[in-house]
Design a protein around this ligand. Sequence first.
Ligand code: AQP
Length: 351
Amino acid sequence: MAEFEPRVFSGVQPTGNLHLGNYLGALVRFVELQDRFSCIYCVVDLHAITQAVNIWGGPSELTRAIREVTAAFLASGIDPQKHIVFNQSQVAEHAELAWVFNCVARMGWLNRMTQFKEKAGKNRENASVGLFAYPNLMAADILAYRATHVPVGEDQKQHLELTRDIAQKFNIDFAESIAENGHGDAFFPLTEPLITGPATRVMSLRDGTKKMSKSDPSDYSRINLTDDADMIAQKIRKARTDPEPLPGEVDGLEHRAEAANLVGIFAALDGRTPADVLGEYGGGQFSTFKVALAELATTKLAPINDEMRRLLADPGHIDKVLNDGAQRARAIAAPVMAAVKDIVGLRPHGG
Ligand code: AQP
């Protein structure tokens, strides 16, 4: 198999509020990987518009949210000089490669995507074609940079598997042309998902069986990165729990989804294991634990919150970061797309 230069790619949608799930499941990991990889972090605005306009909020809200996600990237510790930060729509190769992948991926593969089923809900006939083809665009986002590793939360596992299927089918369908064009036995890598953050699946504060999500109608279901200390304390105080005290051992969290979630959040924020957290709080009441959790969450999130506010006060600076990132992203994606055109025969070879 051909060798690929190690490269990380991941994206976050600019829809609604970034929350603790996005932070622990994605951003914390994005930051850590900067020391070991060359990284590309993208605000995936073309994905945001796959939902109905009233969900992503219309043009000015989208612009605001693109800047807000960028501010969250920077405030969490992503270095836009050493790495690349940009918004997807500024690099046309994403959409161009997605079209080629629309022709590689099979309907049957996309029909199995659980996120489409969840997001389309009962009104499937009324869902956008873009929502259905979303995983193909996601594959294009990753493979336009021939990225080898993608840090994501657990909810994205199935989409990553589809990305590998698309890469593999492209490599097989065009094997001869890939070799003729000097790319050896594979043009696209089989990207590895990195689903290993401090909390790969943070659940809703209102229902421990549902993931914490930007699109949950209840704001009390999530802690937003822009929530202040009072709001964080209020949301944690109101978080659903059960009447039993916290167990002393991790086994005791089985079948107690809400308790497991709060302990998991505490552990992830404090860089500890759930067993360690239960060693301290096991046997106690939720009321005491919730006060400690609110304090911890506030301490960890306040600096990010403050830095986001500071950055958002200067939208010109954020736009400059995005423009600079888009130029550098384009410099990588354009030759990949040109090579895809050669491989598929979309332009005369050597033309
Ligand atoms: N609850 C979560 N726990 C851990 N990781 C999560 N991620 C999202 N929710 C959780 C991870 O955050 C990254 C960015 O996600 P996204 O905004 O691009 O898309 P999403 O997964 O659709 O996020 P949401 O919040 O759930 O948005 P909606 O409500 O619009 O669907 C991804 O790596 C994701 O895994």
